[in-house]
Unconditional design. Structure first.
Length: 546
């Protein structure tokens, strides 16, 4: 049984086990100041980045909170300067919050990525440090990514760009030290490595820059980036295969490696037994000088009668001394798994898969990702005009165990049924996951009636109900046994007043990256989540008690 503490008052919740909930005090924030993302700091504090875009113009705010009291330490506004500046990323490193922003100068045909800081003591540095500037006659031809090494001492900035429509893309990798934000070296490859689809550029960035137009192209070659503490950079991408045609597109999965001594990347072919589409990957560095790359794969084989859809999960382990592939287990979803995912032959071709976590626990590694459907819905008005929106159906979190032998031991799933409508194409995390030695814990909002259905061994996935808003839903967790993949579902709290609130920014100018977290971890299996009640908000501490 769990004890819930409401500001000093203890209430017993008979539904939940294994999670203790402590509500923090109500915060006196401006209701128009919307949570954009949570950022972990040190062992005693966490940070939040907010945007206020109503009434008095747009404000960008960095806040610091105490993990013990869940009270604010400070709230500081940071001046981004020029209009139409877009925040690219927000990171914590070396006792500073770094705000990375991009600005496009249409008159000079150049895009600049800059950084500003807010220190742990609350000192704001509004002076911009220009990090990367590239020439381009259109903002859509430039794509940035920022990543941080585990020691939080270096940033890697990936810039994929071309000068004009007729020009060719190239991608620069810039290593920047957090000490003084000085650039240490630049490596360049003549490949387009975009992390953002043209759908996002068309609907999101055009709105941000006050421009019109729309496009449905979806050309993404870049899959993921890792910077280690020895200044080595690893990146995954898809390259069009020689046998690819307009009707049957085929791609090859590749790993690129830059060490500080290399001027050209070492390229490693990551081959499957067939051609598959890989959408998102995650990296994990082992102590044995090996790199693990994991993700989902999919292929749709069109044929008369009924298309054949093949879906599975994969892992590649690469020796970083020889660059040889040491192992590459693949586990395809069987009929039982596809049925559990409600992925029947008619619907399965439309589902996408995204890997969100590689979590070590005991002597095994667990891959955690999500299944979702993305569709553009075109609407017409009575006057003959047309508009549209993006419809997302988030369905199921998938957990796979890679054991110490390097084999996928089992795959399990926890149902998730959330429906979201967005003005642009962008995937937001509807859940978060953490690992203990005994379980993988998944936290999300669910329909109140679904918990009853889970308790019946004969429940059908198609009988589950979806939620499209947070009020009236239930905040729940699913524990997935690290031993055998058995799943248990428990209620944490009803979302009646203060509700667990996944971040789903509606304004395309303020889109956080898809990997942005909606929680921060603490010591001793403590987690901190954001809860809100129609603009009012506070933080909640969850403590896993096994």
């Amino acid at each position: 049984m769990i004890v819930i503490s409401f500001l000093g008052t203890e209430v017993t919740n008979v539904h939940a086990q294994q999670v203790k909930v402590t509500e923090g005090p109500a915060l006196e924030n401006d209701r128009d100041s919307k949570m954009n993302r949570m950022i972990n700091g040190d062992e005693n504090n966490f940070y939040c980045y907010r945007v206020r875009s109503k009434g008095k113009g747009t404000s960008f705010i960095v806040e610091k909170y105490d993990k013990k009291s869940l009270k604010p330490v400070f709230s500081k506004e940071i001046d981004l300067g020029e209009d139409r500046t877009v925040v690219e990323d927000v990171e914590f490193a070396m006792d500073n919050i770094y705000v990375f922003s991009r600005h496009y100068d249409k008159n000079a045909d150049k895009m600049t990525l800059s950084s500003q800081t807010v220190s742990a003591s609350g000192q704001v540095n509004n002076k911009k440090t220009e990090l990367v500037t590239v020439k381009s006659d259109h903002y859509e031809f430039v794509d940035f990514d920022v990543t941080l090494n585990p020691a939080k001492t270096k940033f890697m900035i990936k810039t994929s760009h071309k000068p004009n429509k007729e020009g060719k893309f190239k991608t620069d990798f810039d290593l920047v030290s957090t000490s003084g934000m000085k650039k240490e070296w630049t490596k360049t490859v003549n490949v387009k490595l975009f992390s953002k689809s043209d759908n996002m550029f068309a609907s999101g960035m055009m709105a941000a820059f006050g421009l019109g137009g729309f496009s449905f192209r979806n050309e993404i070659g870049f899959l993921g980036l890792l910077l280690d503490d020895n200044d080595n950079v690893y990146y995954g991408y898809l390259e069009e295969a020689k046998n690819s045609t307009e009707k049957a597109e085929r791609y090859q999965f590749k790993l690129g490696v830059f060490t500080p001594a290399m001027n050209e990347p070492k390229l490693v072919d990551l081959k499957f037994d067939d051609d598959y589409w890989v959408k998102d990957i995650e990296f994990s560095k082992t102590k044995n000088d090996e790199l693990v790359i994991g993700g989902f794969l999919k292929d749709v084989i069109e044929r008369k009668g009924r298309d054949l859809v093949k879906v599975g999960i994969f892992s590649f382990t690469v020796n970083l001394t020889t660059y040889a592939v040491v192992s590459h287990p693949v586990k395809m979803f069987d009929e039982k798994m596809l049925t559990a995912l409600e992925s029947n032959p008619k619907r399965s071709r439309y589902f996408k898969y995204k890997l969100d976590y590689i979590l070590p626990a005991g002597d095994a590694v667990f891959y955690v990702g999500e299944q979702y459907r993305e569709q553009y819905v075109n609407t017409r008005s009575s006057m003959g005009g047309s508009s549209g929106y993006w419809e997302y159906e988030y369905m199921d979190v998938i957990v796979a165990k890679l054991n110490a032998k390097g084999e996928f031991e089992w795959i399990s799933n926890a149902p998730l049924r959330n429906e979201v409508k967005m003005p642009y194409s962008h995937v937001f995390k509807q859940y978060f996951a953490v690992a203990t030695e005994k379980n993988i814990y998944l936290f999300n909002n669910d329909h109140p009636k679904n918990l009853e259905r889970y308790e019946k061994s004969t429940f059908e996935p198609r009988d589950l109900k979806s939620v499209s808003g947070i009020h009236g839903s239930s905040f729940v967790f699913s524990s997935v046994s690290t031993a055998n993949g058995a799943v248990k579902h428990k209620l944490i709290m009803e979302n009646e007043t203060y509700c667990f609130a996944p971040i789903q920014e509606r304004n395309p100018q303020f889109i956080p990256p898809s990997e942005s977290e909606i929680f921060v971890p603490g010591a001793n299996n403590e987690l901190y989540v954001y809860t809100e009640d129609r603009g009012k908000d506070r933080f909640t501490k969850l403590t896993i008690t096994e």
